[in-house]
Design a protein around this ligand. Structure first.
Ligand code: TYD
Ligand code: MG
Length: 450
């Protein structure tokens, strides 16, 4: 063979062909096939070996070597600190606070005496300096405004940082990969090069990746299999509250969350999220229900608000924030059918206070309760927490994590909790009253104080 073979690779989807095509048959992109020579070597990995090893012979030592950032919410999602040599992908929508978070983390690490490098192809040194000043981030962070992998690699080999942050994978490019920054080919090739560099030097790397709401953009999703850990930074840009979620972790549990609040001086950790969501609450107003939810492994209380009002439209409004609108439609139908109330001529607005999004079915019962309470214009009895999944026939099904939810409700000064019948509770609840319910038809008798 030996001959330098030419292939054409689609810049958007990675489709390859031996001849040039004007339109990619895979993704339909026009003029997206670019020429490559097959002699450009495949990305190898320095940690690949040729002999067979027994698992017991291999020592990792990862546990004791972890680098703590002293930022509890951040350490937790990584499974207890940064693992040297690991590669972490930090995904999230543009503007959610990814650069801010990493700059704060690096600054903390540099204050602890670690050598850290922030390589940015997104912003100028001035812009980063301005942000760092605003965050009170220390001068110890080394900065390299550079999107080219080859330059970053050269500096890294010289400086030998313990932690490197690359902002972002969409701007990073390898010169030897003939493809535009941000294209699928480039994203994959440059991520693989960074990976190789990191493993060789035992350096931990954080790579920022922008993800749109649909997650369709070339990049982060395609890298999930390559990296050790995938974190997603989520939240509503118009609200202060942010969740950092572990989606994948080779060095710790997934489903962990870190909770932050975006303030004018950067992100601050939220150690007690219940306080955040409950602080502006008006007690004893109709349409407000308290839901002890679970995010990752953490319970906290959120307030679900509903407003049910006479509609003057042919098609009444159903507006939701933080709750799935299909779920609302389903639960409204259950309410009409089981409790016999008329909602067809009512506008229904539902909101979860503080910009939180409810994704658990355990939020069904508090949602139904808040709508019913607003419909009757009667406040739910004071200090009542409510959770449970509601089925189509109005039955209330048990959900997971009963005890952590009750504990959090008790800790936050709730006096009683309406919960699914059959939930196992093996804890002392003292004066706290648990009210098991099996069906939505029992709700009117239990919701309000007499
Ligand atoms: P940024 O970290 O640039 O987002 P990303 O890197 O994910 O694109 O954060 C940008 C937003 O954060 C911007 O809209 C302003 C806001 N912000 C604050 O509210 N306070 C701050 O101290 C900083 C630095 C940013
Ligand atoms: Mg950024």
């Amino acid at each position: 063979m030996g001959k330098d073979k030419k292939i054409f690779v689609c810049q958007d989807c990675g489709f390859s062909s031996v001849k040039w095509l004007g339109r990619c048959p895979e993704c339909g992109g026009w003029d997206s096939l670019k020429e490559f020579s097959s002699s450009s070597k495949a990305q190898g990995n320095e940690f690949f070996v040729e002999q067979v090893l027994s698992l017991s012979e291999i020592s990792t030592g990862y546990k004791d070597q972890r680098i703590s950032t002293d930022m509890e919410e951040f350490d937790r999602v990584l499974g207890g600190g940064i693992v040297p040599g690991s590669m972490v992908l930090l995904g999230g929508e543009p503007g959610i606070g990814k650069s801010t978070l990493l700059l704060q983390v690096l600054s903390r690490l540099s204050k602890k005496g670690h050598k850290v490098l922030y390589a940015s192809g997104e912003e100028s040194a001035n812009q980063i300096k301005l942000r760092a000043e605003r965050l009170g981030a220390d001068g110890g962070v080394l900065l390299l405004c550079q999107p080219e992998f080859e330059v970053i690699s050269k500096e890294v080999k010289e400086i030998r940082p313990q932690v490197l942050a690359v902002d972002s994978i969409q701007t990073l490019y390898c010169k030897e990969t003939n493809s535009l920054p941000g294209s699928m080919t480039q994203v994959k090739a440059s991520a693989a090069s960074v990976m190789q560099l990191a493993k060789g030097l035992e350096m931990a790397v954080f790579i920022i990746g922008h993800v749109t709401k649909e997650g369709s953009i070339a990049g982060p999703r395609a890298l999930e299999h390559l990296v050790d850990t995938v974190l997603y930074f989520e939240g509503d840009r118009t609200q202060a509250f942010r969740i950092l979620r572990t989606v994948k972790n080779r060095f710790g549990p997934t489903h962990e969350v870190g909770i932050f609040e975006m303030k004018d001086r950067g992100l601050s950790q939220v150690k007690n999220p219940s306080n955040l969501f409950m602080e502006h609450r008006n007690v004893l107003v109709a349409g407000s229900a308290i839901f002890p939810c679970i995010e990752g492994t953490r319970p906290f209380l959120v307030e679900i608000q509903a407003l049910v009002n006479q509609s003057y439209l042919a098609l009444p409004r159903r507006t939701t924030a933080g709750v799935d609108s299909n779920r609302l439609a389903l639960l409204t139908a259950v309410l009409e059918k089981i409790l016999g109330i008329e909602l067809f001529d009512k506008d229904i607005f539902v909101n979860v206070a503080g910009g939180f999004k409810i994704s658990e079915p355990a939020g069904d019962l508090p949602l139904i309760s808040s709508i019913f309470s607003s419909y009757l214009d009667r406040p739910i009895a004071n200090a009542t927490a409510i959770f449970g999944e509601v089925g189509l026939t109005g039955e209330i099904r048990p959900v997971s994590n009963t005890e952590p939810r009750i504990k959090e409700a008790m800790r936050m000064g709730m006096k009683r909790c309406i919960l699914p019948k059959g939930a196992s509770i093996n804890m002392k609840t003292g004066d706290f009253v648990t009210i098991p319910v099996a069906h939505v038809e029992q709700i009117p008798n239990l919701l309000f104080s007499s």
